[in-house]
Write a protein that binds this ligand. Structure first.
Ligand code: PHB
Length: 389
């Protein structure tokens, strides 16, 4: 009787995978991002950053072995993001989720993660409202109001009095427009025209003509990083906007490291606002870039890789403290602060979004002739400003 009972306990422990060797305790993280199509650079930057983090910290978080499973959503495609997330939850039985480049993709999975109670770290998607859609979302990137409002303040301080806003017509663009306009007008600025551009647009000539006709001191823009942002900056240069006296203000994904060198002189002098510049002067940023280069000599240090790198730190903290218990995991990271390659960051326990320094940058050439986003002003510890009424 006693013997049988002990056997039973041992068998149950074995079946549960407890205490039966290192391989038993694997915590799985599903990463959904764009690895193909025009936005494939995001998936690569996410993966390079995860690889760099794992190379530095090992494959274990606390006592738990961490396994990453990558899925390609191909771009802004909420149905695909939802199907892949479902597959990760049901078939792969992941304990955590991460990634999500595009707002519609992140919004589409909110009901799934909420129901499954799976902590999910957003590495990029930047519309304020996303984190309100499930208590299991945290975000290590930025929101467009978080960067647009400080830029509006800076513009006023520079004597810029009139602006035309031109944004991509979906979540992060509308948030950027609202965030910029509210602050700019509160400080006495005037928005002469507000243009919303379809997400598929690559020919920005007609929009440049409309902006020119309004003759503002500056334009303000948000466009998702990648081919559309590249085309917008080129169109600004090709249409002689600077010579017409119209300054360029934008969110920092506009002149991202992935396109900056290719843009060449077209990017010189443009002002953007962002939480990260590859030119950020800190020992940790230098180490981050050296570690990225070790995993892949072609890796790019930019907002996507830094979002994923800090997101992986958040995942490791959650897994170390919470294992497969989602509520313990969330507790471990809410309110946590650490030093990032971008500067000091905190996960706001209320909004679950990252509080961070926002930098105003200008594109210049460094001593070697390389184009950089030089940080010229720091606005410290900015929370998400998008949900404030
Ligand atoms: C988003 O869809 O939230 C998004 C995509 C690309 C960016 C920024 C935000 O560069």
């Amino acid at each position: 009787m006693k013997f049988n009972g002990l056997m039973g306990v041992a068998l149950a422990a074995l079946l549960a995978g407890v205490g039966s060797g290192a391989a038993a305790d694997v915590v799985k993280v599903g990463v959904v991002a764009s690895f193909s199509g025009p936005f494939a650079m995001y998936g690569k930057q996410f993966k390079d950053a995860i690889d760099a983090y794992v190379a530095e910290h090992g494959t274990k978080a606390g006592d738990h072995e961490v396994q990453f499973i990558f899925k390609d959503d191909g771009g802004p495609n909420p149905d695909q993001a939802k199907a892949l997330t479902q597959e990760l939850l049901v078939k792969d039985k992941v304990n955590y989720l991460a990634g999500y480049v595009f707002t519609p993709n992140a919004l589409a999975v909110a009901p799934l993660i909420d129901q499954a109670q799976v902590p999910t770290v957003i590495f990029n998607a930047a519309t304020s409202i996303i984190t309100t859609k499930s208590p299991y979302f945290i975000r290590t990137s930025f929101t467009t109001p978080q960067v647009a409002a400080p830029l509006a303040d800076w513009a006023i301080a520079q004597g810029i009095k009139t602006v035309v806003t031109s944004v991509t017509d979906y979540g992060p663009g509308i948030d950027a427009e609202k965030g910029f306009t509210k602050e700019f007008e509160a400080k006495g600025g005037k928005v002469l025209d507000a243009i919303r551009m379809p997400i598929q647009t690559t020919d920005f000539g007609p929009f440049m003509q409309r902006i020119k006709a309004a003759a503002p001191n500056a334009l303000f823009t948000f466009i998702p990083a990648g081919p559309p942002a590249f085309a917008f900056v080129k169109s600004y240069a090709d249409n002689g906007m600077a010579a017409a006296g119209i300054k360029f203000l934008g969110t920092g994904d506009l002149d991202d490291e992935t396109t900056l060198q290719t843009l060449g002189d077209a990017a010189l002098g443009i002002h953007t606002s962002f939480p990260y510049s590859a030119a950020h002067d800190s020992a940790l940023n230098a180490k981050f870039q050296a570690d990225l280069a070790k995993v892949d000599p072609g890796a790019v240090a930019n907002f996507a890789s830094v979002g994923a790198y800090d997101g992986t730190e958040a995942l490791y903290r959650m897994i170390a403290a919470g294992g497969t218990d989602p509520d313990k995991a969330m507790k471990a990271v809410l309110g946590a602060s650490w030093e990032s390659p971008r500067g000091p960051i905190t996960i706001d326990p209320k909004t679950r979004h990252v509080t961070q320094n926002i930098y105003i940058r200008v594109v210049e050439r460094d001593a070697s002739g390389k184009l950089i986003n030089k940080e010229i002003e720091t606005i410290p510890n900015v929370p998400d400003l998008g949900l404030a009424k």
